[in-house]
Design a protein around this ligand. Structure first.
Ligand code: SF4
Length: 363
């Protein structure tokens, strides 16, 4: 079995090396490009959301590269994600591909995830299944921490590109850490890598909260590297959605980290009392949280036709009006124009700058 899993941010780095070490013949899809997107668009229903289309493109490229099994998270809930796997399998079979499709029936249940790991690898012992799964989760958390450091250092760097080089090296360091002991020492090395970046310590950048649907928020290909662009504009990104938080809310592997869904649900009360799927409740709860923390504004990222984020978008624009708090929603699909996106982003950052200056002169 030559297994592939569609891309989602840096998730492939968290699992590929560890699963290979445990007997899985991994064929990760090539890095997504415009060709991937075009393939996905060509073979998806027009109304499908952007992550679905990128997934299909990933799957076709991986099958063409020799994969013969696909692992796709499944599940249930108010949005379309739950039946992605079934529709994608039908589309690929109609295209003539022969492969085995595994969907995790309930990605929220630890035992289902462990069974999936045991099904695809040479691991037969349940304890080893847990050990490998939690190592993958911790590698994911380490990758997220490295990205958060990048968000801090990028707008403050003195020599352009130093933080990007540090992030690249950090990702490699974490990738090579394929045991708990190595991961522990990698964490220290990653901090050291960023401490070597020369920064302007007196500079106080604008801070923008980045929220939205998890796939487009964390995947640079899907969001046209919008966080990097903000960093280049000397704006600090304070991201509110992390894959390791999503995993921790379900599998509790970070004992000191609060459950972010529950926290957001509590804060969102009065504006959105029940989650409407996807990350809607996090978007609303964390917009209120960022406002309280003095973050200068919120950038809300969502795929076109994403029902949960459409609900959240309406609610956060009411918050914006009620509290005079800048919020910009950006919608991504295959027609998105890079120039248009960045012009809007620049206008938003200009607005935040002006508000900040006016705030300073009023005080
Ligand atoms: S949250 Fe939105 S974009 Fe993501 S799968 Fe659901 S409908 Fe699609």
């Amino acid at each position: 079995m030559r297994l592939t899993v569609p891309h989602m941010g840096m998730l492939h780095i968290a699992y590929t090396r560890v699963l290979r070490k445990n007997g899985v013949d991994m064929v990760p899809p090539p890095k997504a490009t415009i060709k991937t997107l075009n393939l996905g668009v060509k073979h998806s229903p027009e109304y499908a959301c952007l992550p679905f289309k990128i997934n299909i493109g990933n799957m076709i490229e991986a099958l063409d590269a020799g994969a013969d099994a696909i692992l796709m998270p499944g599940g249930y809930g108010p949005c379309r994600f739950g039946y992605y796997g079934i529709i994608q399998e039908q589309i690929l079979r109609e295209l003539g591909y022969t492969f085995k499709m595994s969907t995790t029936d309930n990605p929220d249940r630890l035992s289902d995830m462990i069974d999936t790991i045991r099904d695809i690898s040479s691991i037969k012992n349940r304890f080893d299944g847990y050990r490998v799964f939690f190592l993958i989760l911790m590698r994911m958390a380490a990758l997220d921490r490295a990205e958060a450091l990048y968000h801090y250092y990028k707008p403050r760097e003195i020599n352009t590109g130093e933080s990007d080089a540090a992030l690249k090296q950090a990702v490699l360091t974490i990738d090579l850490a394929d045991s708990y002991a190595k991961l522990l020492s990698a964490a220290g090395n990653v901090k050291k890598l960023f401490r070597e970046v020369r920064i302007d310590r007196g500079f106080r950048p604008l801070r923008v909260g980045v929220l939205g649907e998890i796939f487009v928020t964390i995947d640079p290909f899907a969001n046209l590297s919008i966080e990097k662009k903000l960093g280049e504009m000397r704006v600090e990104v304070v991201r509110g959605v992390w894959l390791s938080d999503w995993l921790n809310d379900r599998f509790r592997f970070k004992p000191f980290r609060r459950n972010q869904t529950r926290l957001s649900t509590k804060i969102a009360k009065g504006y959105l009392d029940y989650p409407s799927g996807g990350e809607s409740i996090e978007t609303v709860g964390k917009t209120l949280m960022f406002h309280k923390k003095g973050i200068d504004g919120v950038l809300h990222i969502m795929p076109f036709t994403c029902m949960p984020e459409l609900v959240a978008s309406a609610v956060i624009h009411r918050i914006s009006k009620d509290r005079d708090y800048p919020v910009l929603s950006m919608i991504f699909d295959e027609h998105v124009s890079e120039a248009n996106m960045f012009t809007r982003l620049e206008a938003f950052v200009d607005l935040l700058e002006r508000r900040k200056c006016e705030g300073i002169s009023r005080n």
